[in-house]
Design a protein around this ligand. Structure first.
Ligand code: ATP
Ligand code: MG
Length: 435
């Protein structure tokens, strides 16, 4: 057989009544009254293929009847609209091409498996149509994120994953064996390097993994997550919030417009994403604390939000919203204290509604040399360890701002996923680095 059609094209209605060739993997099959129903997936979608004894020769029918799950195969047939079929189309099979028969004991076939078993078999579980659908949307997400920045004249930058200093607090650092040298860690963020690169090429962004040794297991923390970060010279807190608003809406609209079927299958009505528009509402940290306290959840001024605090807060909103002005004591040293009120910083987190919570953290950075050195000391670090970083304030300093967005966090919210593990093919957490 030559010339194959993607299943996505068929279920999007672009091949109605045509004779086509399809190739993929057998997800499952059943037979009823001389008709075989084969569910075939090809990486772009899943299609019901019906095989009527009358339409194929006997040898092929017998072969298909015995086909094991995950066998790979090529079939030909006529596309037909059928409301009863998953995705609304089916292929009425009339010929069979190459077949590679899978072993009969596919480990995660049918039966209800526990989560641990499925995670041990993640390398096979990722074939599940539900996961496959999410990963295809994830790819569109990455494409859209880059497009937003490229269309707005940002330069894409890569920063090192081996770093010598903390920028998000020492407790979540992963120390690595780096030849003979001690004190080398995996990157928690590109922050310090971004501020250096910004003075070279101006507005910049990166899309890269960040590593954090998160000590607790939650449904929104990974120890390796994909971090979309940007940094802008000549930019203040309001400017950077605006960038966040536009970026998030741009991605949401792209997913809804270009993958409506996939977004709906994942669990989100695409119209809800299309309704998002900038700017998102803003509240102060002080107001947020009051809302949390009124909901009956414990929180004191000066505390950081955990998910217990964010959950009641996010139920008050229908769109993402900014919380601005976090206390100086709970934000890393590079956050700039508010000149009018130094006990808080010019910082902001974007929280997603429906209980999802923080998806972006960012704000305005310290640009004054003396202030930065003092902030580093107050955080318990040694300024000399950050020598090259403080240099940046000596030569050509400028007010600047930026943020980091967690790709899996945003996917969870946009697709209404229950757990962050579903937003990434091979999730890493405290207890899992295999497979
Ligand atoms: P949290 O308080 O939820 O742990 P954070 O304040 O540590 O988040 P930042 O340091 O501001 O987060 O990181 C920027 C963004 O990166 C966050 O808004 C979030 O979207 C994402 N992020 C941070 N830590 C993780 C993680 N462990 N797993 C997945 N995404 C994360
Ligand atoms: Mg954290």
């Amino acid at each position: 057989m030559t010339g194959f059609v993607d299943i996505a094209k068929i279920i999007d209605g672009k091949k109605d009544n045509e004779q086509v060739n399809v190739r993929g993997w057998l997800w499952n099959s059943r037979s009823s009254g001389g008709i075989l129903f084969l569910m075939i997936r090809d990486g772009t979608g899943i299609l019901q293929c019906t095989v009527n004894k009358r339409n194929v020769d006997e040898a092929n029918y017998n072969k298909l009847e015995k086909l094991t799950q995950e066998s790979s195969l090529e079939v030909s047939g006529i596309v037909k609209k059928d409301q009863r079929a998953l995705n609304g189309y089916e292929l009425s099979v009339n010929n069979l091409g190459t077949v590679y028969i899978a072993q009969p004991d596919f480990p995660i076939a049918k039966k209800d498996h526990g989560l641990e078993f499925l995670m041990d078999n993640r390398h096979l579980w990722i074939r599940d149509p539900k996961l496959m659908n999410i990963f295809r949307i994830r790819s569109k997400f990455m494409e859209s994120a880059r497009k937003y920045f490229w269309e707005n004249e940002y330069t894409e930058i890569q920063s090192p994953s081996f770093q010598t200093g903390a920028c998000e607090g020492g407790s979540t650092l992963f120390e690595v064996k780096y030849f003979e040298r001690k004190g080398v860690y995996l990157s928690q963020s590109w922050q310090l390097y971004a501020e250096a690169m910004m003075s070279s090429v101006g507005k910049i962004f990166t899309l890269a993994p960040s590593f954090r040794a998160e000590p607790s297991r939650t449904r929104r923390h990974l120890s390796e997550f994909w971090h979309l970060e940007c940094e802008e010279p000549w930019s203040n807190l309001n400017n950077i919030n605006e960038t966040g608003d536009r970026l998030v809406c741009y991605i949401a609209h792209k997913l809804a417009n270009e993958m409506p079927r996939e977004v709906k299958n994942a669990g989100r009505d695409p119209n809800e994403l299309l309704k998002l528009k900038p700017p998102f509402p803003k509240i102060t940290y002080d107001e947020a604390v009051e809302i949390v306290q009124k909901s009956g959840t414990e929180m004191n001024w000066g505390d950081d939000f955990g998910w217990q605090q964010e959950e009641p807060l996010t139920k008050e909103f229908e769109t993402p919203f900014w919380v601005r002005g976090f206390p100086t004591g709970i934000k890393p040293f590079y956050h700039m204290p508010d000149p009018a009120r130094p006990e808080v910083t010019l910082s902001s987190d974007l929280l997603a509604p429906e209980g999802y919570g923080e998806i972006i953290g960012g704000g305005q950075r310290v640009h004054d040399y003396d202030q930065l050195v003092q902030r580093i000391i107050n955080d318990g670090f040694i300024p000399e360890d950050y020598g090259w970083y403080t240099d940046l304030r000596k030569w050509g300093t400028v007010p600047h701002s930026g943020f980091g967005l967690g790709v899996e966090r945003v996917l969870c919210w946009m697709l209404k996923l229950e757990h962050i593990r579903d937003a990434i093919p091979f999730p890493r957490d405290m207890r899992r680095v295999y497979p």
